[in-house]
Design a protein around this ligand. Structure first.
Ligand code: UDX
Ligand code: ADP
Length: 480
């Protein structure tokens, strides 16, 4: 079959993957009209907002691209069906959360949104259409999509033989916080599929900005499994280094020195060896649990257990941090104020999905702490949703003590020193650059004594804190 000329692209799902990916595609393909659609009208309105600070996603460099190409060849629309009907190629970038009930609950991904998209495509496509799955999916989802498309269109295509579909897997490897850079200069682009002409069409699009040598062709299942495996390997490195951090604290070693030493072995490499409060983000846990489910399903319990260990270690590690804070504060945090610096799962994003801050804050609230939470990009509504607890806006320690409140409370603080003022402890959970320039002399004067600083991200210079008389603990430091 001849390569199909792609003039109109529709992306279903205007989230952390769909939005940035299509923005970069539009930037590099001026002859293609790219429309990002979503059934969430509010989200689409935010993408269309004139005030660029209102874009639903914070990613460095994204606002600039949206500003330049929106209205030219980049569009955001809630008219999903209409845009499907005029598209030559459709990207599926919808969310695939872990199933909460039924078969595979707690492990397998729920692909109901992907299924819904396949049905929408089947009912609305008018011509030969290439479907590209971008969402992180369990292996063999492309087959599900194909089956739905085939059965739903068999009747239609008898009347209109020009309706047909090719399904490709093109997993996204962007990392939030550096998504635009990752998309512009990917290590590789993976295209899995059966139909050569469809693969060629997508290759041609990427070739506008990605060297051909970086575009890898695989069969469709390899492509899907490669995505799960890449995330499992990355997450495994983090659980590995976090486990050694605990051992460093016990033995007097320093995790930063250990990381540097092992990372200089070229077989291991230096990336992804930063000990932290445990991995978060929408992909790692979900993808590993998917892998675990697959292994169980295919009768490989030992393999399933091996990978599940990576997630278990992550839970244990987060628990360890909250327990350690309580222990250092004389075994109780009830009525104590703790300034939480950082709620996003990593720096340079407003995403909080699976953030270590959620679990750690919940544990501290359970212990009765009063948290003043600061984050440069996450807002208080999102934090309330994640903690499943309303914000107590007017915090007065004396009042709470008088009322003998044993329950934990939290409030959002939009200024770092306000958050720290009168606190018993500061807990750094996200590596925002804003937290690297804190004036510790000033901090030592505004905290309640004895005061503790906990750094889980190794972004604070210990000497600067210790010289002010503040107590200092950092992750993986045997001298703590
Ligand atoms: C990840 C993969 O990197 C990306 O390829 C895939 O497409 C989606 O999942 P993302 O979750 O956006 O991307 O961020 P990533 O940079 O991988 O960080 C994930 C978590 O690991 C964060 O909580 C981060 O703080 C943590 N992390 C990362 C560490 O604790 N230490 C490290 O050395 C690196
Ligand atoms: P990701 O990180 O994978 O991009 P997000 O949750 O940020 O995930 O984005 C997924 C988007 O997909 C959401 O905005 C959601 O409203 C949208 N979505 C899910 N199902 C459909 C559908 N059937 N039609 C249109 N949009 C959908």
């Amino acid at each position: 079959m001849q390569n199909k000329e792609i003039k109109n692209i529709c992306c279903i799902g205007a989230g952390y993957v769909g939005g940035p990916t299509m923005a970069v595609l539009a930037k590099h393909c001026p002859n293609i009209q790219v429309t990002v659609t979503d059934h969430n009208l509010e989200r689409i309105n935010d993408w269309n907002s004139i005030d660029l600070s209102k874009l639903p996603i914070y990613e460095p460099g994204l606002d600039e691209i949206v500003n330049k190409y929106r209205g030219k060849n980049l569009h955001f629309s809630s008219e999903v069906e209409k845009n499907i009907s005029i598209a030559d190629m459709i990207f599926i970038s919808v969310n695939t959360p872990t199933k909460t009930k039924g078969v595979g609950a707690g492990k397998a991904s729920d692909i109901k949104w992907v299924e819904a998209c396949a049905r929408q495509v089947a009912n609305n496509a008018k011509n030969h259409t290439i479907i590209v799955e971008k969402s992180t999916l369990p292996v063999r989802t492309a087959e599900v999509i194909k089956n739905i498309l085939e059965s739903a269109t068999s009747m239609k295509s008898q009347k209109n033989p020009s309706i047909s579909f090719d399904v490709l897997s093109n997993p996204e490897f962007l990392s939030e916080g550096s998504a635009i850079q990752d998309l512009m200069h990917p290590d590789r682009v993976l295209i899995g599929g059966e139909e050569e002409s469809a693969i060629d069409s997508l290759t041609e699009i990427y070739s506008n900005w990605v060297p051909k040598s970086k575009i890898l062709r695989t069969n469709i299942w390899s492509s899907e499994l490669a995505k799960l495996t890449a995330n499992a390997f990355l997450a495994q490195r983090i659980s590995s280094i976090n486990s050694i951090a605990a051992l460093c604290e016990a033995t007097g070693a320093d995790i930063r020195e250990v990381s540097r030493a092992i990372g200089s072995d070229s077989r291991i490499g230096s990336k992804f060896l930063d000990a932290g409060p445990g991995f978060g983000g929408s992909c790692f846990k979900k993808d590993i649990l998917n892998l675990v489910y697959l292994c169980e399903y295919f009768g490989l319990p030992e393999v399933a257990e091996f990978w599940e260990g990576v997630v278990k270690l992550n839970y244990w590690h987060q628990d360890r941090i909250s327990q350690l804070v309580v222990k250092k504060l004389f075994g109780t945090v009830t009525g104590k104020k703790i300034s939480i610096l950082g709620f996003a799962f990593k720096a340079n994003t407003n995403d909080t999905r699976e953030s270590a801050s959620i679990k750690i804050c919940k544990d501290l609230l359970e212990e009765g702490a009063i948290l003043s939470i600061h984050d440069p990009k996450v807002d208080s509504d999102q934090i309330a949703k994640d903690l499943k607890m309303k914000e107590k806006k007017s915090f007065k320690r004396d009042k709470l003590i008088k009322e003998n409140t044993q329950e934990g409370n939290w409030y959002f603080s939009d200024e770092i020193y306000e958050s720290i003022n009168n606190a018993d402890a500061v807990l750094v959970l996200t590596e925002w650059v804003d937290y690297t320039n804190i004036n510790w002399d000033k901090v030592s004067k505004i905290m309640r004594k004895p005061s503790w600083i906990f750094d889980t991200r190794s972004i604070i210079e210990p000497g600067k804190v210790i010289k002010t008389g503040l107590n200092f603990w950092r992750l993986g430091d045997g001298l703590n």
